[in-house]
Write a protein that binds this ligand. Structure first.
Ligand SMILES: Cc1cc2nc3c(=O)[nH]c(=O)nc-3n(C[C@H](O)[C@H](O)[C@H](O)COP(=O)(O)OP(=O)(O)OC[C@H]3O[C@@H](n4cnc5c(N)ncnc54)[C@H](O)[C@@H]3O)c2cc1C
Length: 471
């Protein structure tokens, strides 16, 4: 590698000499990549094919010492940086154009302490790495529903999945977070150590440093769970979603359901828009059929693929629907109501999707998440009973504008039924920053800004959504 031209945070360009780069590379077990290196192109790519950014430098870290050296390097040269873990955030925030990427994606080890029901997870791990290590002990941490997703981004912005009604968000199950802060120190944040930082990390994203590891509380799950997969025609959406809504208001917290407005996954009805009551029941197996019956017998489904499976299979059930490199644009909005009018809007937009791969997902929330006081963690959207995920997924780059416009229109039409909150793990391209900040953090924003002033006063870490340091 020769010298490298790179942006600074002041906005000018500097040249990092070959000697400076060699001396930095020597401090790492991992590798430093720049344009022209054979692995550079693969390292700058993320899951979303819409993202095509060219950072000047990528530090592929192998451990905490590499991360500490990388943070020092970024600070000393005043470089704009981004942090990459699983690279799955739809906005592409893991990669900074023209700047410096601290990449932890090779740090994927997971250490389970079954007796203590704890797992220490390096920050580059995918959900599947974590599930793989906990499953032999019939234990699990509450994370998301697609196994390729990165643990780090998912957790730092909340973490919603099949166990959330029973055990809360991923952040609600954190025992500790290890993080390298702007001064290059490694801190361990827990309820007792740096409690203000621990509070902020539970929802505040990548604003406070580079997380090197998480420690999660684990819960007994499996080995078998039940998935509910009844598929109903879109024309019956009003009746189906209303029945599910009423049932979920009283249903056991062992059950989590996402109502998916999509195209039929069953070949026999290929091309037909449908509503799927996709659920996961992690309670006693002998109760499963009884608990799931109200979702599966709202009249006659077109098809029903429900059944028992291993917990790890349930966690991978949706994997094949989200291949790497397709084009994606996802937004979200929390709703307080899900009445006839709202369901009608969801059904109309489903029928008008420019791409059959796009979907609208209704997350039926409630349970443990809502019992954590809003002031206990930075994550503030705990009370709304419904979250709508709007997923534009398409293959033809010529149709990008139409697909993005579709998702934005769904979001626009739902705003009248919302207090304005949205989920930062589905943030579009983070266009409406101020609305996203207020909507995600609400009453917790002032405190977040104070914690930012303590740990990152010069805003070295911009996060997915930049929190301003205010003393
Ligand atoms: C197919 C798919 C399925 C999904 N399903 C779910 C789901 O079920 N539930 C759910 O809640 N979300 C879900 N998501 C959203 C997912 O949680 C977010 O995309 C999340 O940001 C991905 O994490 P990542 O580590 O891959 O992020 P990356 O893209 O690598 O990073 C995103 C941002 O997170 C921050 N960050 C990442 N690593 C670190 C670190 N080590 N230290 C500090 N900051 C860091 C940075 O600000 C970074 O810009 C899904 C996403 C996809 C693509």
């Amino acid at each position: 590698m020769g010298s490298v031209e790179i942006l600074t945070r002041r906005g000018d360009r500097i040249s990092l000499s070959e000697t400076a780069l060699k001396s930095f590379a020597k401090q790492l077990r991992g590798t430093v990549l720049a344009q022209g290196d054979t692995r550079y192109d693969q390292a700058r790519r993320v899951w979303n094919g819409m993202i095509d950014k060219r950072p000047a430098l990528i530090a592929r870290c192998r451990g905490t010492a590499d991360v500490m050296a990388s943070v020092d390097f970024a600070r000393e040269h005043d470089l704009p940086l981004s942090i990459r873990a699983g690279g799955h955030n739809v906005s592409g925030s893991a990669i900074v154009e023209g700047g410096f990427v601290i990449d932890v994606s090779e740090m994927r080890s997971v250490h389970v302490m079954p007796g203590q029901r704890l797992a220490r997870v390096e920050s580059g791990a995918r959900l599947g790495d974590l599930d793989h290590e906990t499953a032999p002990f019939n234990l699990a941490a509450p994370v998301g529903v697609v196994s390729e997703t990165g643990v780090a981004g998912l957790t730092l912005h909340g973490g919603a999945g099949w166990l959330m009604r029973k055990h809360g968000l991923s952040i609600d199950n954190l025992a500790a977070v290890e993080i390298v802060t702007a001064d290059g120190r490694l801190l361990r944040a827990t309820h007792d150590q740096h409690p203000d930082l621990f509070w902020a990390l539970r929802g505040g994203g990548g604003n406070f440093g580079v997380v090197t590891a998480f420690e999660f509380h684990l819960h007994p799950v499996g080995p078998q769970v039940w998935m509910s997969v009844p598929i109903y025609p879109l024309e019956r959406a009003g009746e189906i979603i209303a029945a599910c809504r009423d049932y979920m208001a009283e249903a056991p917290e062992d059950l989590m359901v996402i109502g998916v407005f999509w195209d039929s996954p069953v070949p026999q009805y290929r091309g037909r828009p449908v509503v799927i009551l996709l659920g996961c029941y992690t309670g006693p197996l002998d109760k499963a059929e009884e608990v799931l019956a109200p979702l599966r017998t709202i009249g006659q489904p077109l098809a029903d693929q429900s059944g028992a499976m291993k917990w790890t299979e349930a966690q991978q059930f949706l994997d094949r629907d989200y291949p790497d490199g397709l084009f994606y644009y996802w937004k979200s909005i929390y709703l307080n109501r899900l009445d006839h009018e709202v369901i009608g809007i969801l059904a109309q937009h489903t029928a008008r999707r420019p791409s059959p791969e796009s979907s609208i997902d209704v997350w039926f929330l409630g349970g443990t998440v809502t019992r954590v006081p809003v002031s206990d963690t930075a994550f503030a959207q705990r009370q709304p009973p419904y979250m709508i995920g709007i997923e534009a997924n398409w293959r033809d780059p010529e149709t990008s504008q139409a697909n993005i416009a579709w998702a934005r229109n769904v979001h626009r039409d739902l705003q009248q039924f919302s207090d304005g909150g949205s989920y930062l793990n589905f943030p579009g391209f983070v266009e409406d920053k101020e609305a996203l900040l207020r909507g995600a953090y609400g009453p917790n924003l002032d405190r977040l800004e104070k914690v930012k002033a303590t740990y990152d006063p010069d805003n070295l870490f911009p996060g997915l959504l930049s929190i301003t340091a205010r003393g």
